[in-house]
Ligand binder design. Structure first.
Ligand SMILES: [Fe+2]
Ligand SMILES: [Fe+2]
Length: 318
C-alpha cells in the first residue's frame, strides 16, 4: 500500500520520467521499477561475462598473432562490460555475490546466443559481426534509458562494441574473399549465427512479458521488433558486400514498408535455449562456477587487505 509520502514521491518520479530526466541511485523509485532494472541489468551483465566463453575458446587457436592479440583485447573488453554493469546494478541495492548466485543457480538468465558452440574460426568472425552488431543496435537505444548509471555504462560500452563489430566483419571479409573453403566456412558460420542473433532482440512485442512496463518507464526505448528490423536492415547490405548467400531465403526488400521482409524465427528453439536446453547451457555454467571457485583466493586476499586497511586507519585515528 502506498503512503501519502510515497504518493508524492511517485508524482515526482513520474515527472522526471516524463521530462526525460535520469533517475539516480539515491532517488526514490517504485519497487517494481527497481526490480525490473535489477533483472534486466544483471541479465545484461551475465551475458557480457558468459559471452567471453565461446570466443575465449579460440584465443589459443587464432590463426595469426595479430588476430590473437585483437581477440584477446575483445574478450577482455567483455569482462570490463560485465564489471561496469555489475557495478551499475549494485547501485540498486543488490550485491555482486547475490547476482552471481542467481546466475549459477539458474534463477537469472543471460543471452541465449552464448549457448551455441563456436565450431570454427569463422564463428569468431560471425559473433563479432552479428552478435556484437545486434548488441550495438540494442545498446545504442539503451543509452537513453531512464536509469542514470545504466545509461552511462551503455555510452561507454557502445564505443567498444563498434570495434568488436568491425573486427568480426574484417574476419568475415577476409574469409569470404579467400579460398572456396574459407568462403564456405564464412557462409556456414553466418548461417548458424543468423537466427540466434535475431533471437537476441527477444520475443515479438505482442509476446514480450516485460516490454509494456519497461517502455512506460523508459527503461526500454524501442520495441524488440523495431530493433530487430533495424538490425536486419543494416546487416543485409553487409551480407551482399561479403558476397555470401542470404541465410534466410525469405529476405526481400519491401519497397512499400521501406524495410527488408524476412522469415519467422523458430520460437520453440528460442524458448528451449533460454530455459536451459541449448547445446552449451550446462557447459557454460559449469565453466563459470569452476572459474568462480578458482578465484576464491583473490576475493579472500581482497577481504584480508580491507581488514588490514581498516586496522591501519583505526591505529592512525587513535
Ligand atoms: Fe560487450
Ligand atoms: Fe562486444
Amino acid at each position: 500500500m502506498q503512503t501519502v509520502d510515497d504518493a508524492e514521491q511517485q508524482v515526482e518520479f513520474d515527472r522526471k520520467i516524463a521530462e526525460e530526466q535520469k533517475i539516480e541511485p539515491t532517488d526514490w523509485m517504485p519497487d517494481d521499477y527497481r526490480k525490473n532494472l535489477v533483472r534486466q541489468m544483471s541479465q545484461h551483465a551475465h551475458s557480457e561475462v558468459i559471452g567471453m566463453q565461446p570466443e575465449g575458446n579460440w584465443i589459443t587457436r587464432a590463426p595469426t598473432l595479430r588476430r590473437k592479440a585483437v581477440l584477446l583485447a575483445k574478450v577482455q573488453d567483455e569482462a570490463g562490460h560485465g564489471l561496469y554493469l555489475y557495478s551499475a546494478t549494485e547501485t540498486l541495492g543488490t550485491s555482486r555475490s547475490e547476482m552471481i548466485e542467481a546466475l549459477q543457480t539458474r534463477k537469472a538468465k543471460y543471452a541465449s546466443i552464448f549457448n551455441y558452440p563456436t565450431l570454427t574460426w569463422a564463428d569468431v568472425g560471425a559473433i563479432g559481426w552479428l552478435v556484437d552488431g545486434a548488441a550495438i543496435v540494442n545498446q545504442i537505444s539503451l543509452q537513453r534509458t531512464s536509469y542514470g548509471p545504466y545509461s552511462r555504462a551503455m555510452i561507454r560500452i557502445c564505443k567498444e562494441e563498434s570495434f568488436h563489430q568491425r573486427q568480426g566483419y574484417e574476419i568475415m571479409y577476409s574469409l569470404a574473399k579467400g579460398s572456396p573453403e574459407q568462403k564456405q566456412m564464412a557462409q556456414d558460420a553466418m548461417n548458424r549465427f543468423w537466427w540466434p542473433s535475431l533471437m537476441m532482440f527477444g520475443p515479438h512485442d505482442s509476446d514480450s512479458a516485460h516490454s509494456g512496463r519497461s517502455m512506460k518507464w523508459k527503461i526500454k526505448r524501442q520495441s524488440n521488433d523495431d530493433l530487430r528490423q533495424k538490425f536486419i536492415d543494416q546487416t543485409v547490405p553487409q551480407i551482399e558486400v561479403l558476397g555470401l548467400e542470404m541465410p534466410d531465403p525469405e529476405i526481400k526488400w519491401n519497397e512499400e514498408r521501406g524495410h527488408y521482409d524476412s522469415g519467422e524465427i523458430d520460437w520453440e528453439e528460442f524458448y528451449q535455449v533460454i530455459n536451459g536446453s541449448g547445446p552449451c547451457n550446462h557447459q557454460r555454467l559449469k565453466h563459470h562456477i569452476n572459474a568462480h571457485e578458482k578465484g576464491e583466493w583473490v576475493r579472500e586476499a581482497v577481504r584480508a587487505y580491507r581488514v588490514k586497511q581498516q586496522e591501519k586507519s583505526a591505529e592512525n585515528a587513535a
